[in-house]
Write a protein that binds this ligand. Structure first.
Ligand code: SF4
Ligand code: SF4
Length: 161
């Protein structure tokens, strides 16, 4: 058997199929239209949504949801969603992969802190009095209060599923 034989990890693909947004990875025909509109790919040579989709088609679990995966470089801008001719919705596949990484415990630790902040305050970054003062100096409007109870109810319901 040749050493470089490629084996598709169908088990990983089946798991990805079951994640919300994951199953559309099957439709990718590698045209690169998503790369052409991707701001993250333009500014970072380590990020390429077509390559992420190729790895998903191969079931490359370690490359996609292991430590140092490039999926975290995606800015969630949704440009690829609009451009993809195959309705792959690359951003949704990437979000599905991020959720798999969280389940596996390989997501970057600073993201866990952001999630905790959202659950506790409704904001990803703590809003200090210095930030408030700076906003006033810049003439920015006051931020509207976050509907924290509503948000926490949603989080609670989501954990039940
Ligand atoms: S995700 Fe869509 S746009 Fe990107 S390579 Fe696949 S088919 Fe093309
Ligand atoms: S959502 Fe992510 S992958 Fe899609 S175009 Fe934006 S940065 Fe690129």
């Amino acid at each position: 058997m040749p050493k470089d034989k490629l084996t598709v990890n169908f088990r990983f693909r089946e798991r990805l199929n079951k994640m919300p947004g994951g199953k559309h990875h099957n439709y990718c025909y590698q045209c690169s239209a998503c790369v052409a509109v991707c701001p993250a790919a333009r500014f970072n040579e380590n990020f390429n949504p077509r390559q992420i989709l190729l790895k998903a088609l191969l079931g490359a679990e370690d490359a996609l949801i292991g430590e140092n995966s490039p999926i975290w470089l995606c800015t969630n801008c949704y440009s690829c969603y609009e451009r993809c001719p195959q309705d792959v919705r690359p951003i949704e596949v990437i979000i599905a992969l991020k959720n798999m990484a969280v389940e596996k415990g390989t997501a970057p630790t600073n993201l866990a802190k952001l999630s905790e902040n959202i659950a506790e305050t409704g904001m990803s970054v703590t809003f200090s009095s210095a930030v408030k003062r700076r906003r006033e100096e810049l003439g920015l409007p006051e931020l509207k209060p976050v509907p924290l109870e509503e948000l926490q109810e949603i989080i609670k319901d989501d954990k039940k599923e």
